[in-house]
Design a protein. Structure first.
Lengths: 579, 339
């Protein structure tokens, strides 16, 4: 990953993290504010409900007491024939704005019932031992079912006669419609009048609630444990938080559940807006960040990149490479130092080349002197012997001349051979590239040296990769390379050993290894092994491995050696593939 | 013998009720304004039955607008002599409530009274009340096949409460088809509530048989019907009040057309769709015949009620009805007409 990419990434991460942090904080603050506001609204609504509840209760108590203190009630209480008044309750109920009204004798017998006229004569057991109190919730049975009512009981005493006035109003959708609801809130009432939870008993100001089923778990929870409970229902913009308030009856029994719903649509929309804004800000931030990062990194990394490119050139051998010094800051100092370094490197390399050139000439001279000195000395001795025989032993001169000229011809042949080798090294031809199967070349080479290897008591083996791809190479030069390496291995194992040639497909090319179990090489020998005219042997020109390296280099390949003293050596050649 | 005694008592009752009419000199002329619930939608005036058909001898029909109005004019050649009234104008299809208001406002002279009206109006107004000639009963249709259910309902209905409160003690509680004043043995038929037995009968019957529809013929019977529903509910039966005429059980009123026991029983049986009773010549045979009709609880008699009319203050003479409730307007006159 480049420095510029890293800087861009860091810049982007910083921007996104900052936006996410701000977004999270704003969302949390908003949510908290919304929750506070919702709680306030719910509290206000609960207070309003309780106030309305109390007001209605007072109205009912007033109405019931008004009936209880009326002449009509006294007349009914004193009447020797209560049956004559069985039809009084409906009119009284209408006159006093009550939905429910029962006139009950002191023994609990219903004289007249507004809500269920047919119930005259039945007993209202719950009125036995009645103690005056305010309004209360009551489950009221009607001819067509049951209803939840806010009720009150008044009492008329006329002498020994008692008349109870049990009146009330239904707690129904009309009651709910009197509540003033803030926007986004609604009130539902569950009338807990049946043994089991019933969706039909859930009403709002419009009547029976549609899709009441989703409220049933909350209702069931409050029914099991009558206490104030809150639960979120729905999802998305349709989500609502419902606060359930248990409404207890006269006997501390759960008769109703008030459900105050607060829509979360505003919060959801606000959060969505914040998310959207956050995404836009983050996107914009990333975009701006990218531009800024590009600009900043360009300022920072361009000189560094130029330095990197220049360093690469230096590594590739362009010793005179320099970079432009565009600033006086640290990067500028670095550039100046780099330029100074490359100048120094170029100068040192020039000096080294000159020194190496001198050393090479000296080595060449030494080698030439050494190689030529050996045949020259017998030549000189032979000529001197021939001169001596001519002067001192003329009768043996012919014999000496014949032997001398034979020696001279042999040594001159040696000289010619030495000069030919030097000439070969100097005139290495350009390779003729073609598709070559290295496995075949290796096998042929092994076969060529079979007799020589057997004579040297060397066990030869091949480990050739059958899936080895063909490679572009000059088959003659590669054969020469193999022969040189095999000869080297034979020379390294004068007492016999094991020679192995391996081929293997490698990443992007092929690999060829020639291993021996000879005396091995020291690290210093390994370093100098491919230097021309360097040899560890008592005979040879020291040009064999130099030629091998030259051929491999001409094939854009690489040669290396792995060895330790006493553990043999492995020469490894890596050549590029067919493509 | 028994029924003769009862009839005498009823006549006495009517006489007592009309005492307030006063003894002024009869006057000729004037129109008696009568209002009835009956729609009278036939093309011609009725020739049989109670009500308008009773006017046939003393009056002659002079105007007939089916469902609205009928005007009868005095018949100078009537067998009992020309009636005092010139005309009798009858408004038809008038609800009881409207009739009561019209009587109160002086727009009507004679109106019908609902089952619970007489006592309420007795204090300040004349009423004509006949002997108990209307049978109120529950009649089961063919779909209620389980006799236990029918008996349970008969045992559950609290006749006394309905009689005391809704009927304001009008008429008589009865478990018989014929009223006591005709048969003399009506008291032998049980009328009490046996709720425990009713519940056990219901419990023994299949659940599917415990609910059925319940209808009534006249809106004035609604309160009684609702009480019956409540009593049935206590016994474990579910009666759904239905407006359609095709209900499983109906609350009906049957007018008894004769004071002769066998004819009366035959008429009631025919009206209720019961088989014609075998005739006999003794009270025991009559009792056995009536018991036979009530076997199986297809019909549950509840009450025998009188015909009751509210009468305006300007109506004199009378009484305008017979013990069987037939109209006798020939001896009536109205105040303000010519002497």
């Amino acid at each position: 990953m480049t420095l510029r990419t890293r800087l861009l990434l860091i810049f982007t991460v910083v921007v996104v993290a900052t936006v996410a942090l701000v977004e999270g904080l704003v969302s949390r603050t908003t949510r908290n504010a919304f929750e506070r506001m919702e709680n306030q609204r719910v509290d206000a609504l609960v207070t309003q409900f309780r106030r309305e509840f109390a007001r209605r209760g007072e109205e009912i108590v007033r109405a019931v007491n008004s009936i209880a203190t009326s002449d009509a009630a006294t007349t009914i209480a004193l009447s020797p024939d209560p049956a004559a008044h069985y039809n009084e309750a409906p009119a009284l109920a209408v006159a006093h704005g009550l939905d429910l009204l029962e006139l009950v004798a002191g023994d609990g017998t219903i004289i007249s019932s507004a809500e269920w006229p047919a119930r005259f004569g039945y007993k209202e057991e719950w009125l036995a031992g009645w103690k005056p109190r305010g309004a209360f919730l009551r489950r009221e049975e009607l001819s067509d079912g049951v209803t939840l009512a806010l009720a009150a009981v008044g009492e008329t005493q006329a002498g020994d006669h008692t008349l109870y006035i049990a009146g009330g109003q239904r707690l129904d959708r009309e009651f709910l419609s009197t509540l003033v609801l803030p926007t986004g809130m609604r009130v539902l009432l569950y009338r807990n009048l049946e043994a089991h939870v019933s969706a039909a008993e859930l009403i709002d100001a419009q009547g029976q609630v549609q899709q009441a089923a989703e409220f049933l778990p909350l209702i069931e929870e409050v029914r099991k444990q009558p206490r104030e409970t809150a639960q979120m229902l729905g999802s998305g913009t349709a989500a609502e938080t419902f606060h359930a308030l248990p409404l207890m009856g006269n006997a501390s029994n759960l008769l109703g559940i008030l459900l105050i719903g607060s829509s979360r649509a505003e919060l959801v929309e606000l959060e969505a807006f914040l998310r959207y804004t956050g995404v836009v800000l983050a996107g914009g931030g990333i975009l701006v960040g990218l531009v800024l990062a590009w600009w900043a990194t360009a300022r920072v990394t361009r000189p560094v990149q130029a330095l990197a490119v220049s360093a690469g050139k230096v590594a590739a051998g362009e010793w005179n490479t320099t970079v432009e010094v565009a600033s006086g800051d640290e990067v500028g100092q670095l550039a100046r130092a780099f330029n100074h370094m490359t100048r120094e490197l170029a100068a040192q390399r020039e000096r080294l080349v000159q020194a190496e050139r001198v050393a090479a000439w000296r080595e060449l001279a030494r080698r030439l002197a050494h190689e030529l000195k050996n045949p020259l000395f017998p030549l000189q001795i032979t000529v001197e012997n021939m001169q001596r025989a001519r002067e001192q032993y003329p009768q043996e001169f012919d014999e000496a001349f014949r032997e001398g000229t034979a020696t001279l011809i042999a040594e001159l042949g040696n000289l010619k051979q030495i000069i030919g080798r030097f000439s070969d090294f100097a005139k290495m031809p350009a390779p003729h590239m073609q598709k070559v199967n290295l496995n075949e070349l290796a096998a042929e080479t092994m076969k060529l040296f079979e007799a020589q290897l057997a004579q040297a008591q060397i066990t030869a083996s091949t480990e050739l990769d059958a899936a080895l791809p063909r490679t572009f190479a000059d088959p003659e030069q590669m054969t020469r390379v193999l022969r040189n390496l095999v000869l080297n291995a034979i020379d390294a194992m004068p007492g016999g050993g094991k020679l192995t040639i391996r081929t293997r497909a490698s990443e992007g090319g092929v690999r060829l290894e020639v291993s021996d179990t000879g005396q091995g090489l020291t690290p210093e020998e390994c370093e100098r092994l491919f230097t021309p005219y360097y040899t560890t042997k008592t005979h040879g020109t020291g040009l064999g491995l130099a030629i091998v390296q030259s051929v491999i280099s001409d094939h854009h390949g690489r040669i290396s050696v792995e060895s330790q003293p006493g553990k043999g050596a492995t020469f490894r050649i890596e050549l590029p593939g067919e493509a | 013998m028994l029924h003769m005694y009862s009839r005498w008592c009823a006549v006495l009752s009517i006489a007592a009720a009309v005492t307030a009419a006063g003894a002024t000199r009869p006057r000729y002329g004037g129109t008696l304004r009568v209002e009835v619930r009956a729609a009278g939608e036939a093309a011609d005036p009725p020739q049989t039955g109670r009500g308008m058909a009773d006017l046939a001898d003393a009056f002659t029909i002079t105007r007939w607008e089916a469902g609205r109005i009928a005007v009868y004019s005095a018949n100078d050649n009537a067998s009992g002599g020309r009636p005092y009234l010139d005309t009798v104008e009858i408004q038809m299809a008038r609800p009881l409530r409207e009739q009561a208001i019209d009587l109160e406002l002086g727009k009507a002279d004679v109106v019908e009274l609902g089952v619970n009206e007489p006592r309420r109006t007795a204090a300040g107004r004349k009423t004509w009340t006949s002997a108990p000639v209307r049978l109120m009963a529950l009649v089961f249709g063919p779909r209620v096949t389980d006799e236990r259910i029918r008996e349970a309902l008969a045992l559950a209905v609290d006749r006394a409460a309905i009689h005391n409160v809704l009927l304001q003690r009008q008429g008589e509680i009865s478990g018989a088809l014929l009223p006591q004043w005709i048969s003399g043995y009506a008291f032998l038929f049980p009328t009490g509530v046996e709720m425990n037995r009713a519940r056990s009968l219901v419990a023994a019957s299949p659940a599917s048989a415990r609910a059925f529809s319940f209808g009534f013929e006249d809106a004035g019977l609604r309160q009684i019907a609702e009480r019956v529903v409540l009593n049935a509910r206590d016994a474990g039966l579910t009666l759904a009040v239905s407006a359609s005429g095709n209900s499983d059980v109906k609350l009906v009123e049957i007018r008894i057309g004769s004071d002769e026991p066998w004819r009366a029983l035959g008429g009631v049986a025919a009206a209720l769709g019961l088989p014609e009773p075998a005739r006999g010549d003794s009270p025991e045979a009559l009792l056995a015949a009536e018991r036979g009709l009530l076997t199986g609880f297809r019909v549950i008699p509840l009450f025998h009620l009188p015909e009751s009319y509210g009468v305006g203050a300007r109506v004199r003479g009378g009484p305008g009805i017979t013990p069987l409730g037939a109209w006798r307007f020939g001896d009536l006159w109205v105040e303000g007409s010519r002497p």
